[in-house]
Design a binder for this molecule. Sequence first.
Ligand SMILES: NC(=O)c1ccc[n+]([C@@H]2O[C@H](COP(=O)([O-])OP(=O)(O)OC[C@H]3O[C@@H](n4cnc5c(N)ncnc54)[C@H](OP(=O)(O)O)[C@@H]3O)[C@@H](O)[C@H]2O)c1
Length: 354
Amino acid sequence: MAANDRRSNRQLLLTSRPTGRITPGNFTLAEAPIPRLADGQALLKTLYLSIDPAMRSWMDDADGYMPRIRLGEVVRSAGIAQVAESCHPSFRSGELVYGLTGWQEFSVIDNGNESSFGKLPPDISMPVRTLTNLAGATGMAAYFGMCAIARPQPGETLVVTAAAGAVGSLAGQIGKIFGCRVTGVTSSDEKCRWLMEELGFDAAVNYKSGNWRRALEQTCPGGIDILFENAGGEASDFILTRLNSRARIVLCGLIASYHGERQARVFLAPVLMKRLRIEGFLVADYAARFDEALRRLARWTLDGRLQHRETIVDGLEQAPAALNLLFDGGNVGKLLVKTDTTADVAPVATLVEQ
Ligand SMILES: NC(=O)c1ccc[n+]([C@@H]2O[C@H](COP(=O)([O-])OP(=O)(O)OC[C@H]3O[C@@H](n4cnc5c(N)ncnc54)[C@H](OP(=O)(O)O)[C@@H]3O)[C@@H](O)[C@H]2O)c1
C-alpha cells in the first residue's frame, strides 16, 4: 500500500533549540529511507499528528516529565497511524494505532517502543480525525480531569480556561453533562459564541475585551466551585480570587508559561483560608483506564452530548507553524496536522455498543 508509493520517509528533525517561539530555522526537513522490517516490527504510516502545547517544552534544553528531544532527532509527537506492513505478531496491516509517531510520515513499532502505542478499538466508528481528538491526550485530559479529579456535582459552577481549545472545549461540555453551570474563558467574541451557541456553555468571557473581569464575575454570581486550568495567564490570576470555599482546581496545563516568559502564580493564603484543593495530573497516570474513557467519550459524542471540532493544517512541513498557532489562539478545538491525503478514507470500524 502507501508505504510502497513513496520512496522515502519525510521527517522533521529538531536541529536547534528555540528561545521563546519556535521558528522554521529550528527544524530541518530530512528524507530517510522507508525502514525495512525485521521480525517483530511493524511499519506505521502517520495519518494525523496531534499538535500539543507540551511539545514546545520538550524542545527546551531540560528534561521534564519527558526527556528533552535531542538535537538531530525527529520531533516527538503523538499521532494516529495505520499499520502499513507488519512482521509483528500483535499488529495487523490496516489497524489503527495512537502513539508517539513523531513528526514523520512513517515510523516503526517494535518491542523497544510498543508501550508508547495503543491500538484503537476496532468497534469504535468515527472519522480518524475525531479519534485523534478523543483518543489521545486531549480526550483523556478532559475526561480524567473532570471525572477523576473535579468530580462535579449538579449545580456547581465550573470555569474553564483556554475553553475553546481542544481540552477545554471537551472539559466544559463534560461539566454540562454532569449538571454544572459552565463559563468558558477564551480570547475572542467569535470563540465565545461557539462555546455558547454550539457547545452549550452557559456563558463565555473574552479575556481580551476591556471589561472581562466584571463580565466574568457576572457569569458566576455565586462564586466558582471548580476551575479547570489550562492556561495560567492573567485571567487565571483573577479567577483564583473568585473561588468558593472548598473549591477544586484541576491543574491540567499552564500554556501561558511554556515560552518561559511568565511563571504561573498561586495565591497560597486563599488556599489555606478557603481550604482549596489543587491537583495536577498527567494523562499517563490514568493509562489503565483509557479504554473506559474513550468508550464514554465516544458514547457521549454519538448521543450528541459532546460536540467536537478539529482545526486541520495540511502537510508535515507545516507542523512547526501549526505548533505556534496554539500560542496565538489560532485554533478552535483540536489542532491536527494531516500528513496523509488519504487519511480521511482510512478504514475505521463501527461503534461501540457494550
Ligand atoms: N495534564 C495533561 O496530561 C495534559 C494533556 C493534554 C493537554 N494538557 C494541557 O492542557 C492545556 C490545553 O491543551 P490543548 O492541547 O487543549 O491546547 P488548546 O487549548 O487547543 O490550545 C491552546 C490554547 O491556549 C490558549 N492560550 C495560548 N496562549 C495563552 C496565554 N498566554 N494565556 C491564556 N491562554 C492562552 C489559546 O486559546 P485562547 O484563544 O482561548 O487564548 C490556545 O488556543 C495546555 O496547557 C496543555 O499543556 C495537559
